[in-house]
Design a protein around this ligand. Structure first.
Ligand code: COS
Length: 380
């Protein structure tokens, strides 16, 4: 749902300019320094990027899903590291509070997250708990009016800069029904961070372990105030997150298509630009077509989301198709660039590494297939 087409067009245009004039020129610096320049973080805060999907009542822009998708298509045109710094505040770091939080939790945390002064993060994965998210081993034991948390969370995006974690821990018996979501401030005694993870790509994105050793949080830190609901909260958060990632993948694919066209029209071989060679045109055509198909499906699913439809299957389909699609597009982009595509002087080199993660996090492609298959069978 687009509430006001003119306002959205203005926002999209502003972000398009910001991406092209401010973020794209900084891509090489981010690659080299593994850090996002502080001045750009300030500009992101000023543009409201940290609170895009947080309701207006709490100081955010309150974008609908369709609006969020249109904006994300633009943001996907540059390095994924930029998205990851504000992405958790709009997505997995804040959505748990938005969908299931108490009034007090929303009133306290959301305005702080919307302004970007507080960074929210999402801690579900553990050393032994990845795809089987209902098997969380981190324990939360009631002691008076507090819970005592013990365990390790792994590969947690933005953990090194986070102020608060939506953290899933076990309060009850085995399986998803025993999992509870807590809001754990990063400065809680007993919470510490592991060494920074060294990753294949997405340089500038910070991840590390979050370690809990007798970390005490009040019972009021439970999202929604009811224990045993944490797995469902996490899944609801991921439904939306998967759609957002899918839209981001489309933005990345569009950039890769444009880089491929630019290179192919300038590179001359056998006496003419390689864009005039049919085998290169075939690669461009496949990438352009897949990017367009992916764009259509994310917009369609966002509309369904805004209409209140059950979109579990469609969000998983978007995540599956778009993340696999951008992998193919990145591979072709490197191929079209030839030897140049393997060189760091060309952006396709790091995009190729960066996009590999989209098939893994917020549910692997195989998990998306399981979700889609289950939903299809349940619907008959
Ligand atoms: N949206 C809303 N509710 C959901 C849901 C979804 N997408 N998926 C499951 N649920 C609900 C179910 O309806 C069920 O509720 P009831 O107990 O009321 O019936 C409950 O949650 C348990 O679901 P289920 O039995 O399907 O749980 P499983 O252990 O079989 O989990 C999958 C299934 C594989 C879907 C889940 O573990 C998953 O998504 N894993 C991937 C985790 C992931 O993405 N990790 C990345 C971490 S963040 S980077």
């Amino acid at each position: 749902m687009i509430r006001d087409a003119e306002i959205l067009a203005g926002l999209v245009e502003t972000l398009r300019r910001f991406v092209r004039e401010r973020l794209m020129p900084a891509e090489t610096t981010v690659e080299e320094t593994n850090t996002i320049p502080a001045v750009l973080l300030d500009e992101m805060r000023a543009l409201g990027l940290f609170g895009m999907s947080i309701p207006e009542a709490y100081g955010g822009l309150g974008l609908t899903m369709e609006e969020e998708v249109m904006v994300t298509l633009e943001l996907g045109y540059t390095s994924a590291a930029f998205r990851s710094v504000f992405g958790t505040n709009n997505g997995i770091g804040a959505q748990g509070i938005i969908v299931d939080g108490t009034a007090a939790q929303k009133a306290y945390w959301l305005p702080r997250m919307a302004s970007g002064l507080v960074i929210g993060s999402f801690a579900l994965t553990e050393p032994d708990v990845g795809s089987d998210a209902g098997a969380v081993k981190t324990t939360a034991v009631l002691d008076g009016d507090h819970y005592v948390l013990n365990g390790t969370k792994r590969y947690i995006t933005n953990a090194p800069i986070a102020n608060v974690f939506t953290l899933m821990a076990r309060t009850g018996g085995p399986g998803p029904a025993g999992v509870t979501a807590f809001l754990v401030p990063a400065d809680t005694p007993g919470l510490s961070l592991g060494a920074p993870d060294l990753k294949m790509g997405q340089r500038g994105t910070r991840t590390c372990d979050v370690i809990l050793q007798d970390c005490r949080v009040p019972a009021s830190a439970i999202i929604g105030g009811v224990s045993g609901q944490g797995f469902k909260t996490a899944m609801k958060v991921l439904n939306r997150g998967r759609l957002n990632i899918a839209a981001f993948c489309v933005g990345q694919a569009q950039r890769l298509c444009d880089e491929s066209v630019r290179f192919a029209t300038n590179r001359v071989q056998f006496g003419k630009p390689i864009s005039e060679h049919q085998l290169v045109q075939a690669m461009l055509a496949d990438s352009g077509t897949e990017t367009y198909a992916a764009r259509c499906m994310v917009i369609e699913t966002a509309r369904r989301f805004d209409a209140g439809e059950r979109i579990i299957q469609h969000a998983a389909s978007c995540k599956l198709f778009c993340s696999e699609m951008v992998g193919r597009v990145a591979d072709r982009a490197v191929q079209i660039h030839g030897g140049a595509g393997y060189m760091q002087a060309y952006p396709v080199e790091h995009f190729y590494r960066d996009v590999r993660l989209f098939r893994l996090y917020e549910g692997t492609s195989q998990i998306q297939q399981i979700i889609i298959g289950r939903e299809m069978c349940a619907a008959t």
